[in-house]
Design a binder for this molecule. Structure first.
Ligand code: FES
Length: 161
């Protein structure tokens, strides 16, 4: 269940849309749910969102599973979303992904044992001019090199201490 404060936020989001069109609030409510319930969307969470919006659970599942920004299983504290679409690939995203895999000893879609890092690959994030790049939380990290990846990992580890 959302906290009282978040529930009010949900109501405010729903009120932005005409009566009967509350499904339009689905994406922002899913973002809120992911933030509130540990960084991922369980079936229970999606069912809860469906009940809040008075739509069927399948309508929530089909949207949540389509977008890579929604996590369908628990993730680490820091999620590396590395773009692997054409322009980033041409600029070496495969090498960056391989480097992260070796460095963190995880595969794509996996989380480190300490729960700090998850590696995901995603499609074009619209920052092709800064390839290769990844999204980390609300920020883009651009022109990635193994050295930059090391810096980012160290930054994240420092925040955890
Ligand atoms: S291809 Fe990577 S940001 Fe566009």
């Amino acid at each position: 269940m959302f906290s009282e404060e978040k529930l009010n936020k949900v109501k405010e989001i729903i009120a932005r849309y005409p009566q009967g069109k509350q499904k339009s609030a689905l994406l922002p409510v899913l973002h809120l749910a992911q933030e509130e319930f540990g960084g991922w969307l369980s079936a229970e969470t999606m069912d809860y969102v469906a009940s809040l919006l008075q739509i069927t659970p399948i309508e929530v599942y089909e949207v949540a599973t389509f977008y890579s920004m929604f996590n369908m299983k628990p993730v680490g504290k820091h999620v590396f979303e590395v773009c692997h679409t054409g322009p980033c690939m041409l600029r070496g995203s495969d090498n960056i992904i391989d480097y992260i895999k070796k460095k963190l000893n995880i595969g794509v879609g996996e989380t480190t044992q300490d729960g700090l890092f998850t590696l995901k690959t995603v499609e074009c994030l619209g920052a092709c001019g800064y390839a290769p790049m990844m999204q980390l939380g609300k920020h883009f990290r651009e022109h990635l090199t193994p050295e930059k990846v090391d810096e980012i990992i160290n930054e994240c580890r420092a925040k955890a201490n």
